[in-house]
Design a protein around this ligand. Structure first.
Ligand SMILES: Cc1ncc(COP(=O)(O)O)c(C=O)c1O
Length: 395
């Protein structure tokens, strides 16, 4: 795949992520700019249609971010003061923030040490009469073992919303993530496809879909764009106070071409991940995440390794610094939420989460994006080998 800005030199900084955009994607944005209609409209609906088909769900609602999707979900389920939501601490802060800002309490669940996915066995003991929602996270492109979690939710009559921010193109037991329940995808620039910023709320629940549509646009009884009136009804009235989270066409159109190329994009990612796995096999102390056995297709959103200080003599932060000095970008996905300042202060008695904390100190995401060449992958591996030889700092 040839990026719109091709031909970068080998000496340039290799970022840890880069969107995979072609000239035709940029032309499509220009067309929308010239069309006279740049906010929510036909392009947004096309993006929702292509998501419905790809995911195989009944409804898809395009939003300004996955965080907006989580905010609306919490609002639509009327979660507030005194309620609890179970979600991993090993995730992006947005979920916990949306829980806390609606007045509820996040109850953090630990994850599997090798895959960073959470399990029904870990969730079950945390359920109380105050639990109003369970949010498992499909992590880095691998799926959680969803069946037992859905069973658990059904058994206790607690809704499950899958955080599918990393899971566009991920299949669980041969079905696309999100096909069977309610899920939220992110279209942030580091995700497998991007609309600049954006999120898609997918569900098979007619009532929930209707409420999300209403809440995303001021709580009016109409969508931001009506197919029949080619706009929105000026007579619409507020049914309940809502928000302003509708995705503009300007963003939606950027996602359309990428969605059509999704399998190609993810094949490239898988190819790079396979190269990493092969090279890292004989490097001691740099251990990639495991792939859960139930995942039938991994979308390789991230390639995460654990830096073992006991073996390498290096802590993760020094490892990242060394790679940066060698022109290689890296990331951390994620720092345990319950260890972050606000959460430490406001919820001092939070559970010890052994696997989350162990990984939180060791994980590092290596560069992974479709336009990476084999030479780029070699550069990363060589930089890792050199770093280990130099042992910049001893822990
Ligand atoms: C696991 C996870 N959930 C939710 C989000 C929020 O996505 P967005 O940036 O689209 O709001 C992210 C973003 O990085 C994420 O990684």
């Amino acid at each position: 795949m040839q990026n719109a800005k091709a031909g970068e030199s080998q000496d340039e900084f290799l970022p840890f992520s880069k969107p995979c955009l072609l000239k035709e994607d940029i032309d499509a944005v220009t067309e929308v700019l010239q069309s006279g209609w740049i906010t929510t409209g036909r392009k947004c609906q096309e993006l929702e249609d292509i998501f419905r088909t790809t995911v195989g769900c009944k409804h898809a609602v395009a939003l300004t971010s996955a965080t907006a999707g989580m905010h609306l979900a919490v609002q639509a389920l009327e979660i507030g003061t005194g309620d609890e939501v179970i979600t991993p601490s090993m995730t992006w802060v947005s979920t916990a923030n949306m829980i806390v800002t609606s007045g509820a309490k996040p109850v953090f669940v630990d994850v599997d040490r090798d895959t960073l996915t959470t399990t029904a066995e870990q969730i079950e003991p945390l359920i109380t009469e105050r639990t109003k929602l369970i949010v498992p996270v499909h992590f880095a492109g691998a799926s959680v073992n969803l069946d037992p979690i859905l069973e658990l939710g059904k058994h206790h009559n607690i809704p499950v919303i899958e955080d599918a921010a990393h899971a566009l193109g991920t299949y669980y037991k041969n079905r696309h993530v999100g096909k069977r329940g309610t899920s939220i995808f992110s279209l942030h620039p580091i995700k497998n496809i991007t609309t600049g910023e954006g999120g898609i709320f997918c569900t098979n629940d007619d009532n929930l879909a209707e409420r999300i549509r209403r809440l995303k646009f001021h709580g009016l009884a109409v969508d931001a764009f009506d197919r029949k009136s080619q706009g929105r009804s000026p007579q619409a009235e507020v049914q309940e106070p809502g928000f302003k989270y509708n995705m503009p066409d300007l963003n939606a159109v950027l996602g359309l071409g990428q969605m059509r190329r999704l399998s190609q994009i993810n094949e490239q990612r898988a190819r790079i991940a396979a190269l990493y796995q092969e090279h890292l096999r004989d490097i001691d102390g740099i251990v990639p995440l495991g792939v859960p056995p139930h995942t039938s297709l991994h979308s390789w959103h991230l390639f995460i390794v654990r830096i073992m200080p006991e073996i390498t003599g290096l802590c993760r932060d020094d490892f990242m610094e060394s790679l940066k000095n060698k022109g290689i970008g890296t990331g951390i996905h994620f720092k345990a939420i319950h260890k972050q300042r606000y959460y430490r202060k406001v919820f001092p008695g939070l559970n010890h989460l052994g696997n989350t904390e162990w990984n939180s100190e060791r994980i590092c995401s290596l560069p992974l994006f479709p336009d990476m060449s084999d030479q780029d992958t070699d550069r990363v591996i060589n930089a890792i080998r050199e770093t280990l030889k130099q042992k910049v700092s001893i822990v």
